[in-house]
Design a protein around this ligand. Sequence first.
Ligand code: AMP
Length: 499
Amino acid sequence: IVAESPSRFGCWHRNSSEEPSPKTNHFGLSIYRHFGDINQAGKRMELMFAKPEVETPSGLKASAVSTRAFKGSSFKAILPKLYTSPFETIFCPDTKQSMYCQILFGLIQRDEVVMIGSIFASTVVRSIKFLENNWKELCSNIKTGQISEWITDSGCRNAASLILKPNLELADLIEDVCSCKSWEGIIRKLWPKTKYIGTVCTGVMLQYTAELEFYCGGLPLVSGFYACSEGAIGINLEPLCKPSDVSYTFLPNMVYYEFLSIKEDCDTDSQNQVQLNAMSHHEDTGPVDLVNVKLGQCYEVLVTSSMGLYRYKVGDIIKVTGFHNNTPQFQFVGRQNVALGVDMERTSEADILKAVAEAKALLDLLGLILTEYTSYGDTSSTPGHYVIFWEIKPKEGNNNNNVGKELDPKVMEECCSKMEDSLHFTYRMYRKENMIAALEIRVVKQGTFESLLDYFVSKGASLSQYKTPSCIKSKEALNILDSRVIAKFFSPRTPTQDN
Ligand code: AMP
């Protein structure tokens, strides 16, 4: 949430009523090099969700930074030409109606769509799942030229009345595509001119890339920006780079950055993924400037900005991976304070992500996809243990809530053990000494993480900026997950020591 003021994101987002030229910034240039002039080629189907403003106790208006960007008059001016979502759908306060209408408008304009995206990969995946659940109704709306009655938002209805006309041919075509058994490559089939998916796929969003790759049928996943409410931070100058290898080049003219070094260096694992050691903490030395960062070193980012932040800890850990000319480039490692722990050990967000990535490969053999996960340190009994919530779906067919019954307990137990084997030395040592009990996977019903999102949005989170927490701390959120558990599995053995 940021207080309203002249936008410091102006230069980051759009601050002129002219169309953004693809060649006026480095990121635009690198996109141009690979995909040509997107603005001339067609429209972007970007899922955007504004959040109502709130008023601070001192009377200042405050809103999510994404909302601030969507509200700018310049953005409003270019929206109809460059994007498929009408303004009213982005500002619709009901996120379900907003999502439905944005997908509807994207389908109607399918022949013009050249880029699909949202700020974070989780939202793109979520919108495809939404389409999976609602395509019949969407097709019926396109067939009749009438939007469903439950869309009560007047802005959305007005926007629909301007563009929605009966189109039997289009409805039949979409119905044909959506009724096929497997949704592999569905994005390419529905929006055949799409050149790339533009969305953040790094950090905690890496977990969504497998599912996104499944849906997008070989389209490049372009993780273009690294930004936060505190300020725009970096851009990706190699748009075709694999999400796991992306480095961001810092933009030194956005805010003033300083860097607190992390005492224990990050490691690089066998897949060349940066991994944050569990017990990292700051050295006693003070912050260093951007020009003084060292290759291979991990840092926590501090921001000083004209908005009034002074050496503000963004809470992100990054690692210097190279230089563009003299400008340092960083790989995103993880959040500083997201730590799972049931004893003295600390397990970072990146540790959990890596362990899940190793284990979920086993699901592939069963024709299943892990769609979301989160974790919880359960200390209700002694010793405590790690609980990892998994939402799983079959690769073929949708909404199979029998998935829990079909899971092979042997494979699932192996998933638990695989996760434990991948965790850091301290965890494995504590497990061996029985200071931590066996890791547990709780499989939840499909749609559970959707309910979790609804809960956080109801508590004030912005849907556009929502990230599923890697680790659950709130009791209410835990109850939502626990009440939807369909199967539980425990690791049957202590982890191996050589890792
Ligand atoms: P917020 O300010 O709530 O929108 O969240 C910003 C946070 O999202 C950052 O501090 C990062 O933790 C995360 N984030 C933003 N961009 C990226 C990115 N490109 N890769 C990984 N994490 C990101």
